[in-house]
Write a protein that binds this ligand. Structure first.
Ligand SMILES: Nc1nc2c(ncn2[C@@H]2O[C@H](COP(=O)(O)OP(=O)(O)OP(=O)(O)O)[C@@H](O)[C@H]2O)c(=O)[nH]1
Ligand SMILES: [Mg+2]
Length: 480
């Protein structure tokens, strides 16, 4: 028996960004060349991609830790570090990605559909990129940002148009074997099928997939037999087919009661199957008693509103009508579905509010939260005063200082940037605010101002340059 794994917990880690390099160009007779430290490379992403050739999540069950490669650090001579390599993980069609709390992050349907499960860290800028008129030879570079590490749960929900449900040995797998080219295991003992089988049916110009699930018995919703767990594989189907056995030898069963039992279990499962169109297949009419029984109960089933098909997986009677009827329902459902579902989509993790940040006083510290300030902190080498100064300038330009003032922060108050457990905490020096004043605030147009002293104009140029470097960092998020 092949192993079938349809749920795994996966730990992904994207690659870290490479550090930027701080270096000064050296040449004979030119002892003080310019800064020439290159940018770090970006870390590789971890990307899930639907691959129709992959049918189980078994690989990830065996090795659930996956990491993309890191970006290389920048080097002197303006050499950028190499980017890390993306790690592409093939997953079966119909893989649902969830976080550890069961929130669905992505539903991967259709060959080639991608999901970035972990985003690589951006590379740090080298000192060459950080140089400016005022900061001619920066003695620092930005650090690479760590790649995103996440725990996710992958769950497989087979994508089939038609789902066969019924008691064990009703002939579900037999029907798949004669309607399609698939060759599932068939035997006369219950629970032959332990995992869903999938087949492809060609009916006229319509091609559709058909799947069975392990047989259901009374109490399946309480876990009897193989339980209802496998029903999630048919949640996406367009039509449910009740396969009823007209030739069962069990004295307490008949097709109509079987139907009631299975319907009760489906109701207990829910999962959106309640309102799915369904039809009834009376199987095994090649057996003489079966044919008689089928004819006898057909009116009652039709009175209940079911379309009824009498078939035999052995003699192939009635199969053509059945497969064309199913094709009709599938085609109808497809036509009603929005078109974009069939196109290839790339799903990225939800973008964080990029522009914003918040300042909150928690009774002890002023907490600054926001994508940019938090990243900037991670990019900062706190052993280097110049790098720390650069961070202060960046925070200033974003308006963090202003918001701290508004929130009531005073000299010497503690300020924390980042999430609780890994925040960087420092004592606030309002002198930075004065600096911000002189650098000019965003949004003001100095062309309407009276001429100002040269020093002030120089500072404006500096601010402009820093904003340009910032923009460079934002638009080349991966260094290089
Ligand atoms: N005479 C007759 N026997 C059939 C027919 N269809 C299936 N069978 C037999 O019924 C038995 C069960 O068939 P399967 O296809 O394995 O049934 P299943 O519904 O997939 O059963 P589980 O996988 O155990 O849930 C096998 O011995 C089949 O040969 C039919 O149309 N006529
Ligand atoms: Mg079977």
């Amino acid at each position: 028996m092949t192993t079938f794994v349809d749920r795994v917990e996966l730990h992904v880690a994207a690659g870290n960004g490479g550090h930027g390099c701080a270096s000064v160009h050296r040449e004979k007779f030119k002892p003080l060349g310019g800064p020439d430290g290159g940018n770090g490379g970006r870390g590789g992403d971890v990307i899930l991609v639907v691959d129709q050739d992959v049918t189980t999540l078994l690989d990830y069950h065996h090795s659930p830790h996956r990491k993309a490669t890191n970006g290389k650090p920048g080097e002197g001579g303006n050499r950028s570090g190499k980017d890390g390599v993306d790690l592409v993980l093939p997953v079966p069609d119909g893989t649902v990605v969830q976080d550890r709390h069961g929130n669905v992050l992505a539903d991967l349907v259709g060959q080639g559909t991608q999901y970035i499960a972990g985003q690589g860290g951006r590379g740090g800028l080298g000192n060459a990129a950080l140089a400016s008129a005022r900061r001619k030879a920066p003695g620092f570079a930005l650090l690479g940002v760590p790649g995103q590490a996440r725990d996710i749960v992958l769950e497989l929900k087979t994508v089939a148009d038609v789902a066969l449900v019924g008691y064990p040995s009703a002939g579900k797998s037999s029907l798949i074997s004669v309607l399609s080219a698939a060759k599932p295991k068939i035997a006369d003992y219950p629970f032959t099928t332990l995992v869903p089988n999938l087949g492809v049916v060609h009916a006229g110009s319509t091609v559709y997939t058909i799947a069975d699930v392990p047989g259901l018995i009374p109490g399946a919703s309480q876990g009897r037999g193989l339980g209802l767990e496998f029903l999630r594989h048919v949640e996406r189907c367009s039509v449910l087919v009740h396969v009823l056995d007209t030739a069962t030898l069990e004295s307490d069963r008949d097709p109509v009661t079987d139907l009631d039992v299975i319907e009760a279990e489906l109701r207990a499962y829910g999962g959106g199957l309640e309102d799915r169109p369904r039809l009834v297949v009376l199987n095994k009419i090649d057996v003489p008693d079966g044919q008689d029984l089928a004819e006898m109960i057909r009116p009652e089933l039709e009175a209940r509103g079911y379309q009824v098909f009498e078939v035999s997986a052995v003699s192939h009677a009635g199969l053509k009508e059945l497969s064309f009827a199913l094709a009709g329902i599938v085609a109808e459902t497809r036509a009603a579905r929005p078109a974009e579902e069939s196109t290839r989509v790339v799903i990225r993790p939800q973008a964080v509010d990029d522009a914003g940040f918040t300042v909150e006083y928690d009774g002890e510290l002023y907490r600054v939260r926001g994508e940019k300030p938090e990243r900037w902190v991670r990019q900062t080498d706190f052993t280097n005063d110049e790098a720390v100064g650069y961070l202060a300038d960046r925070l200033n330009r974003l308006g963090v200082e202003d918001e701290l003032v508004k929130a009531g922060a005073k000299a010497g108050d503690g300020v924390a940037i980042g999430p609780e457990d890994e925040a960087v905490v420092f004592d606030w020096e309002p002198s930075l605010a004065a600096g911000a004043e002189m650098l000019g605030r965003r949004g003001e147009d100095h062309r309407f101002d009276a001429p100002r002293p040269a020093a002030s104009r120089r500072r404006d140029r500096q601010a402009e340059h820093d904003e340009a470097a910032e923009a460079y960092d934002e638009f080349h998020p991966f260094g290089g």
